[in-house]
Write a protein that binds this ligand. Structure first.
Ligand SMILES: Nc1ncnc2c1ncn2[C@@H]1O[C@H](COP(=O)(O)OP(=O)(O)O)[C@@H](O)[C@H]1O
Ligand SMILES: [Mg+2]
Length: 337
């Protein structure tokens, strides 16, 4: 659905050139929810704005559907952009327009007939659950309601792609969950391809099929969410995962341990039905290793339940190696921390 090929972007500030994206290559499939995570300044907004050419790349190709957007005239680009909706962290609503007028705005801009605009606006208001708020102004709405208006407006022209730039970053966790549920629902019902930019791993974990990790304008890791959570390859990815999985206390322990390197601490992850306690207990008994559980969590990646234990293993190097081998042989993931 979206292909970015050798995408480069640098900004010119005064006489200086500031690089923002370097050699980005990505293929996003139709109907998937694709997450892009990175720290502040990593290049996420630049990347997502290059997908609809709100920012013109310095080099490379941006292919949406079958069309290379970088080759289009201004008029052609305007047409193609209708197929790409976008929502923002701070909603970007028209403060002097009501909910229904905000949603109608792109349709009026596209000179759609009045009856069609009215019908479509009613459909969208129902879709996002704002029936009781149609004639209110943005200032009278909560953050979550404002983002619902943003979503309805983005969907007005029936786009094939929805770009979300930190769309839940200004919302509390409960409201975030309800907006993510709405995005998932829209994705399923209309097969809409969603690109979701965030700095929060729990957002990725809740709704995304695949993700890319971006750092200093480069993609440092990409894969299925499930695979990346089980086997993160890049230190930045690990850091993001630790942020959502681990308590502050455990993070403190692990920080110490990274410097000291004297303890055998492992993260054991099991997916779906596997019950971890017998697996852990049996493996440790066979290897004659004693253990202490430092943390245990059960969570969910999109539709897949999974559990994690962080365990300290006590034994000789050989015994610990053997214990890890036995765990792996029983089909759980083990990562040394
Ligand atoms: N309009 C701009 N002019 C100059 N530099 C910019 C501009 N927008 C972004 N940058 C720079 O590009 C880099 C990436 O920014 P951005 O894409 O906004 O990152 P993120 O969304 O991940 O926080 C940063 O170093 C930022 O300062
Ligand atoms: Mg940003």
């Amino acid at each position: 659905m979206i292909r970015l090929e050798q995408l480069h972007k640098s900004y010119t500030v005064g006489s200086k050139t500031v690089p923002a994206l370097a050699d980005i290559n990505l293929a996003i499939e139709p109907g998937e929810i694709f997450g892009i995570i990175g720290h502040s300044g990593a290049g996420k907004s630049t990347l997502v704005r290059c997908i609809n050419l709100l920012e013109r790349p310095t080099g490379g190709r941006v292919i949406v559907g079958e069309t290379d957007l970088t080759t289009l005239t201004a008029k052609e680009l305007q047409q193609e952009r209708r197929k790409i909706g976008m929502i923002f962290q701070h909603f970007n609503l028209l403060s002097s327009a009501t909910v229904q007028d905000n949603i109608a705005f792109p349709l009026r801009l596209a000179k759609r007939p009045k009856e069609e605009v009215d019908r479509r606006v009613s459909e969208l208001i129902q879709l996002v659950g704002l029936e009781e708020h149609r004639t209110k102004f943005p200032a009278q709405l909560s953050g979550g309601q404002k983002q619902r208006v943003g979503i309805a407006r983005a969907l007005a022209a029936d786009p094939k792609v929805l770009l979300c730039d930190e769309a839940t970053s200004a919302l509390d966790p409960q409201t975030t969950a309800s907006i993510l549920a709405l995005l998932r629902d829209i994705n399923r019902r209309f097969g809409l391809t969603i690109v979701l930019i965030t700095h929060e791993m729990q957002v990725i974990r809740a709704v995304c099929d695949r993700l890319a990790v971006i750092e200093s304008g480069q993609i440092v890791e990409t894969g299925r969410v499930l695979d990346v959570f089980l086997k993160p390859q890049h230190p930045t990815t690990r850091e993001f995962i630790e942020q959502v999985e681990d308590s502050a206390e455990l993070r403190e322990v692990l920080k110490h341990e990274k410097a000291a390197g004297t303890r055998n601490i492992v993260r054991i992850t099991f997916i779906g039905e596997k019950t971890y306690e017998p697996v852990l207990y049996e493996s440790m008994r066979e290897a004659d290793v004693s253990f202490a559980i430092l943390q245990g969590t059960i969570s969910r990646m999109k539709d897949t339940p999974y559990g994690q234990l962080v365990v300290e293993l006590n034994g000789t190097t050989e015994q610990v190696e053997e214990a890890i081998r036995l765990l792996l042989a029983r089909g759980v993931e083990v990562e040394r921390l």
